[in-house]
Design a protein around this ligand. Structure first.
Ligand code: SF4
Length: 645
């Protein structure tokens, strides 16, 4: 066990708090909330199962007599192992050692390691027979209808025998001959072969691997294989003859694990592969329909094969994503129309990258499974959340003290405030999240502090021009804990009928009364310098600006992405909200609206979009190549969107 049971308890609680926090943050996203609820439930199950085991492990003594150890181990087995009978039998065998000790855990592991590593339970009798897998020496005295000995290859069985490098055979002889030497080792190997052969009451089968999979080289049978044939047939064959006989009909090959003749297949998969093997290079004119049995073998396989084939046709079909749906699918899409539910800009951005990605993420709400990762940095989501929270609290505190904007005069006080608020907030998050590695957490907070201080320094430099007015101005996110008082619980309806939800990091004004909307980014710069919608992939500045206009009833001068950390080099990208920008937003809404109304959301990835897409496992590896074969005409609106600045 790493750490103590208390540490595990703390970490699990931290993880639960983290999940709860994320669920609150994404309130309104049904699918993501449901996924997080599932994780919270799984976490509860994990805690219920693991914590008693961890506590029992934590209660193990440092040293104790064997009798006490056996008691602890039985209790542990009760908690952790379902089929514990063989284990209890093995522990019972150690009962005579109860008074011996005290011994430590290392000795207990040493004694039990070998025993528990090869626990065998006798097979229960079944009408169809059963298989018992064991070593030759443990088959001593047993009888089986069929005995199978695999691995009769050179250096495998018998093993390559070498003298002990520390205690050679001659030294062993000098010590009196009680120690094993090569002669005895050879005898033991021969005995093993005899034990297998002797255990067979009906048939004995011997085999050898023809290929060394590690080295990619053919393997040579051992002379045991030759001896067996001599015993069976009265004649000693040569290695060549044996290899020829072994390579007969039933042999499988590297890269195509099936025999040459389908009749020799041992299961369905081998059979299919054996049939397909013949078809791969066959003349299609003479073999048409030869694999058609696959279509009748299983209805799901038939559907999958047909769908796969259709995806490569040079026309759009329902196999290409969400394309030309039936009336029931169109009906169920009605509640996802732009005016029927709200969307975040992040979800909408997926449409331009690939309409099918948008469909899977925003409509099907398919989420990639979270994989555990090595913790060598604070994860970007936590870092971003912490960064935004500290920014919000700092700006709110400064406003309450009438110290907004930050200028060169109050910069030092404001920096002190950043430190104090970061310390408080980080301590609270740390208690809630119980980070696994203290150093990683502290390093992350240090770099956050440096980023926040630099953000503040630059804000002071800019104070003459832009003055903060609203922070975390939210709309359509009713459960948001930290939001500007002017926020709205309802989504904003933009021109064209798009219902938008989100939270705007910062709204500022300049001395001329112009309004600027800012979205803070904590990652690397992604947007181009002269963007408006960035081909439909950078929607926040323009859409958020239009949302502010609707919410505050005044016009916005510009929308800005501010990469306000060292990772983003404190660069900014600004889109002026002029008539072309408004027209671009309307055009975007109308293209997406039409695609949703028609039910045309195909897999049509933009260049290299599949490379890092979460849904690659759904689509497969050839989407860019495959969709390049499709007619471009129906993609024309999408291409127009992608071509927008
Ligand atoms: S893998 Fe490619 S085709 Fe599939 S959803 Fe992602 S971007 Fe679209």
């Amino acid at each position: 066990m790493i750490g103590s049971a208390e540490r595990w308890e703390r970490r699990l609680r931290g993880l639960e708090n983290d999940l709860m926090r994320r669920r609150t943050e994404i309130a309104g996203h049904d699918a993501r909330s449901a996924a997080i609820d599932r994780q919270i439930l799984n976490l509860a199950h994990l805690r219920e199962t693991a914590m008693p085991i961890l506590r029992a492990l934590g209660d193990l003594p440092r040293e104790a007599p064997w009798g006490e150890w056996l008691g602890h181990l039985r209790a542990l087995a009760d908690l952790a192992i379902r089929d514990r009978e063989p284990l209890l039998v093995a522990l019972a065998e150690l009962e005579p050692m109860a008074p011996v000790g005290p011994v430590g855990i290392d000795e207990v592991r040493l004694v039990l390691g070998g025993r528990l590593g090869r626990l065998e339970s006798s097979p229960k009798s079944r009408s169809s027979g059963c298989v018992f897998v064991t070593t030759p020496h443990r088959a001593r005295g047993m009888a089986f209808e069929v005995a199978i000995a695999p691995g009769l290859a050179e250096r495998v069985f018998p093993r390559k025998l070498t003298q002990d490098p520390i205690l050679s055979d001659s030294e062993r002889h000098r010590l009196g001959g009680a120690l094993a030497d090569n002669e005895r080792r050879v005898a033991a190997e021969r005995l093993a072969l005899r034990l297998v052969a002797g255990a067979a009451s009906g048939r004995a089968m011997f085999s050898y691997p023809r290929v060394d999979l590690d080295q990619g080289r053919p393997r040579v049978p051992s002379f045991y294989a030759l001896e067996i044939l001599r015993a069976a047939e009265g004649r000693l064959p040569g290695f060549d003859e044996l290899a020829r006989r072994a390579a007969g009909e039933g042999a499988t090959r590297l890269g195509w694990p099936a025999p040459r003749r389908p009749a020799l297949a041992i299961d369905d998969a081998e059979f299919d592969l054996a049939v397909l093997d013949r078809l791969v290079d066959a003349d299609p004119d003479t073999t048409t329909g030869a694999a058609s049995y696959l279509l009748n073998a299983n209805e799901h396989l038939a559907r999958a094969l047909r769908t796969r084939a259709r995806r490569w046709l040079r026309r759009w079909t329902p196999a290409d994503g969400f394309v030309d749906p039936d009336s029931a699918a169109i009906e169920s899409l009605a509640r996802h129309q732009l005016s029927a539910r709200s969307y975040s800009p992040t979800a909408l951005q997926n449409f331009s990258s690939c309409p099918y990605r948008f469909f899977l993420q925003a409509i099907h709400r398919l989420q990639p499974r979270e994989e555990p990762e090595a913790i060598d940095i604070i994860d970007p989501l936590t870092r971003g959340g912490l960064f935004h929270e500290v920014q919000f609290l700092v700006l709110t505190a400064l406003r309450e003290r009438a110290e907004v904007p930050v200028t060169q005069e109050n910069l030092e006080t404001a920096s002190g405030l950043v430190d104090a608020i970061l310390e408080d907030t980080a301590a609270r998050w740390r208690d809630e999240l119980a980070p696994a590695i203290e150093r990683v957490w502290n390093d992350g907070i240090d770099s956050l502090r440096a980023d926040l201080r630099e953000w503040l320094r630059r804000a002071a430099h800019d104070a003459e021009r832009w003055r903060p007015d609203a922070f975390e101005l939210a709309f359509g996110l009713p459960d948001r804990a930290q939001a500007d008082p002017r926020s709205s619980d309802n989504p904003i309806v933009l021109p064209g009928g798009l219902k938008l939800r989100g939270s705007i990091d910062l709204v500022e004004r300049d001395p001329a009364g112009r309004v600027r909307v800012t979205d803070h980014k904590t990652g690397k710069v992604r947007a181009a310098k002269d963007f408006v919608l960035g081909g439909g992939k950078t929607l926040q500045p323009v859409l958020y600006s239009l949302a502010v206009e609707a919410l505050l009833k005044e016009s916005v001068y510009a929308g800005r992405l501010y990469y306000c950390t060292a990772a983003g080099g404190y660069e900014e990208r600004t889109a002026v909200i002029d008539e072309p920008a408004r027209a671009a937003a309307r055009e975007f809404v109308s293209i997406l609206d039409r695609a949703l109304a028609e039910g045309f959301l195909p897999a049509a990835p933009d260049v290299r979009e599949c490379e890092w897409c979460d849904y690659r496992r759904v689509c497969g590896p050839y989407e860019e190549r495959r969709t390049a074969l499709k007619p471009r005409q129906r993609l024309e609106p999408l291409q127009r969107l992608r071509a927008m600045r």
